[in-house]
Design a protein around this ligand. Structure first.
Ligand code: UD1
Length: 420
């Protein structure tokens, strides 16, 4: 299994191009199943999750052709309604194919999903929504089996909690349903806006895009193909912004989606980083002689502080001058990185949903293990800032969501190597 070795302690200085957003690309790829016309994606990052989802789509009969950063998808005919366990168990978003399968084939057999071990992550909201839209849903041998022989119909869906995946799935179902669907208490992450805009390009009528209430006029007769550009990744940009602040460096994050990063950037500023928006992107820097200030952060759905940056910002808090708190409200088990950060010398105590971090004057290199995708990034940050040598094991998590991470960091002065 690959590992990453880092000789830490030097500031990151240079520029990093921000890649296309993984989460936006995944839902757009699934939207290709909604039409029998060709569907093109540009600026697609090269990541394991994209490759796995491509395999899921191929298993359903979609033709998938990749050339550099473009993906040409064509679901002319959906030959199979089964999304198999060996693939869906590797990533959660693959489960979302359930909506287009039900809408176009009237049937779906999709394995219960896998993904990061950050909580129970049930699928009850997806099932309740699809049932209200006329599908019959059962569990058979670890697979969710859905039937909607007469197609899906519009419904009033009141989401009991804000879910990104359930909102995207039900939005796709609604786009091909007959009649009007209202999704109340919808998630409003930028990835949902991106999906909604694509569905509109495909012929769906959607009101309330970017708000908590989406109203969809479905097009049961079919949707058109589309061409879309995957927007830059706010989580990747936020991770490198934290890395610049943590190492006392200066990074120009090219094409960083600044408007979507309001909360994390406000936290970085409060902690003492300097931010400058330029024509090319966002420059984040910190004078290494001035210590970081502590900060209190609570994660919550967008526009709140993203849970996907929680681990990285906790790494930053470990070397702030004082006591910080990180409260996680989205997932119930997202503190697996705490034990690993402690190996670098971080001082962190957990009580219920909060981590209390007492800043230390510096971290020292250590051998650690990546536990999930975003947690892996927090360990990279800690290792970059630590004095001495670190080894990060199980970095396959990292390859799921951070494109060319060693290349991007070594281009800015990091001493980082992959060992196979
Ligand atoms: C998506 C993102 C992930 C991000 C998360 C929250 C993708 C591919 N993944 O994950 O990176 O961390 O949003 O911003 O875009 N829940 C239920 N029942 C359900 C569905 C969800 O109880 O049927 C709960 C979850 O357990 C969790 C909360 O809702 O506690 C929010 O999860 P959700 O927004 O659905 O996250 P994902 O879509 O899985």
């Amino acid at each position: 299994m690959d590992k990453i070795r880092i000789e830490g302690g030097s500031p990151l200085i240079g520029r990093i191009p921000v890649s296309g957003a993984k989460n936006a690309a995944l839902s757009l790829m699934i939207a290709s199943l909604l039409t029998d016309e060709p569907f093109h994606l540009e600026n697609v990052p090269e990541l394991t999750d994209i490759a796995i989802l491509s395999q899921v789509l191929e298993a359903l009969g979609v033709s998938v052709e990749r050339s550099e950063r473009r993906l040409a998808l064509h679901a002319g005919e959906i030959r199979s309604a089964t999304a198999p366990y060996p693939l869906v168990s590797k990533m959660r978003a693959a489960f979302w194919v359930i909506a287009p399968l039900l809408a176009r084939r009237g049937e779906a057999r999709v394995s219960l999903p896998g993904g990061d071990p950050i909580g129970l992550r049930p699928v009850n909201l997806y099932l309740q929504g699809l049932e209200k839209m006329g599908a019959e849903m059962t569990l058979e041998g670890g697979y969710i089996v859905g039937k909607a022989r007469k197609g899906l119909r519009g419904a009033k869906l009141n989401m009991p909690l804000v879910s990104v995946g359930a909102t995207q799935t039900l939005l796709m179902a609604a786009a091909l349903a007959s009649g009007e669907t209202v999704i109340a208490n919808a998630a409003m992450e930028p990835e949902i806006v991106c999906l909604a805009e694509t569905l509109i390009q495909m012929g769906a009528k959607i009101k309330g895009v970017g708000t908590r209430r989406l109203v969809v006029e479905g097009r049961a007769e079919g949707l058109r193909g589309a061409t879309c550009h995957v927007p830059p990744d706010r989580i990747e940009a936020g991770t490198y912004a934290a890395a610049a602040a943590m190492t006392g460096g200066s990074l120009l994050l090219e094409k960083a989606p600044v408007r979507q990063m309001e909360k994390p950037l406000a936290c970085l500023k409060a902690m003492g980083a300097a931010l400058e928006e330029t024509e090319k992107g966002l420059r984040v820097s910190r004078d290494a002689r001035a210590p970081l200030r502590p900060c209190q952060i609570t994660t919550s759905p967008y526009p709140g502080f993203p849970t996907d940056l929680q681990a990285q910002f906790m790494a930053l808090m470990t070397i702030a001058n004082g006591a910080s708190t990180m409260t996680e409200t989205v997932f119930e088990n997202r503190f697996l990185h705490v034990a690993e950060l402690a190996r670098f010398g971080a001082s962190i105590a957990i009580s219920e949903h909060s981590a209390h971090i007492r800043g230390v004057s510096g971290l020292t290199g250590a051998e650690v293990m990546a536990t999930d995708l975003r947690a892996s990034a927090s360990l990279i940050l800690a290792a970059l800032a630590a004095k001495g040598s670190s080894v990060i094991n199980r970095i396959y998590h990292l390859d799921r969501g951070f494109e060319k991470i060693e290349e991007k960091l070594s281009g800015c002065g990091a001493r980082i190597w992959r060992e196979r």
